[in-house]
Design a protein around this ligand. Structure first.
Ligand code: HPA
Length: 270
């Protein structure tokens, strides 16, 4: 495993000799942020050894490295999901490569359904903690102690300092920022109304089909995570309206600029 990660990281070093300090995984609607980087270079996932390919619609599937708000960043334009048929370890693999490449922290972004009844469509939320409801883990199987411990702690996977930095950035931008617990599910079907009621009882505020495997792998290898959700829709059963992927995409696109503005400021402050 370590050998493969080193090969992938070496490929990134050749493609991006200037390096980077921050990683940004761009979820639905955020892809255009990668097009804002200056002094940028890009490579498709397919050209990085051991990377799985992204098949999700509207996810470009490339790494873009460049300057954003005065910092060197490495963006994943398009991410990998379990529902594409990839294993949790495949989904989380790029995070391990980011760590080996030398990033000091990573920002994970996603689109999510709002479970918390106080949330409105288009709200942005800092993930304070998560519930991994997939029943799966990227750490299943033999553990390489060079990568991280067999039984790793998850109490500080989303460090408070980064969450507070997001609050300061939001304040500077005049953006209301929510906080909550993200419930990670496998998908690809949306949830049933009964599942959403259960998640609310369990303490969930938002639900989505990504992020938890990446955070687990990041915590395992010691890469601090700041994770942000855009609430693109009220979760199943909340409004009585059927969920539509069209709506998720439309809101993600419409609110994308607000999300990007927040991230630019976070990067500036980071
Ligand atoms: N459920 C799961 N994933 C999602 C949702 C949702 O309601 N909205 C955006 N991603």
């Amino acid at each position: 495993m370590m050998e493969q990660i080193r090969e992938s990281a070496n490929c990134l070093r050749q493609a991006f000799p200037m390096g980077a300090e921050l990683g940004i995984v761009l979820g639905s609607g955020l892809g255009p942020l990668a097009d804002e980087l200056t002094d940028a270079a890009a490579i498709p996932f397919a050209e990085v050894p051991h990377f799985a390919r992204s098949t999700a619609p509207d996810h470009a599937g490339r790494l873009v490295c460049g300057t954003l708000a005065g910092k060197r960043v490495l963006c994943m334009q398009g991410r990998l999901h379990g529902y594409e048929g990839l294993s949790p370890a495949e989904v989380a693999y790029p995070i391990r490569v980011m760590k080996a490449f030398g990033l000091r922290s990573v920002i994970l972004t996603n689109a999510a359904g709002g479970i918390n009844l106080d949330f409105a469509q288009g709200d942005l939320m800092v993930i304070d903690d998560h519930i991994n409801f997939t029943g799966l883990s990227p750490l299943t199987g033999p553990n390489d102690p060079e990568l991280g411990p067999r039984f790793n702690d998850m109490c500080y996977a989303y460090p408070r300092a980064l969450r507070e930095l997001a609050d300061r950035a939001a304040k500077d931008c005049g953006i209301v920022l929510r906080h909550g617990v993200y419930v990670g599910v496998n998908g690809p079907q949306y949830e049933t109304p009964a599942e959403i009621r259960m998640f609310r009882t369990m303490g969930g505020d938002a639900v989505g089909m990504s992020t938890v495997f990446e955070t687990i792998a990041a915590a395992h290898c010691g890469l601090p995570v700041l994770a942000l959700s855009m609430i693109t829709n009220a979760a199943a059963g909340v409004t009585g309206e059927p969920l539509s992927d069209e709506e998720v995409k439309e809101i993600a696109a419409r609110q994308g600029e607000k999300f990007r503005r927040l991230i630019r400021r976070i990067v500036e402050l980071a």
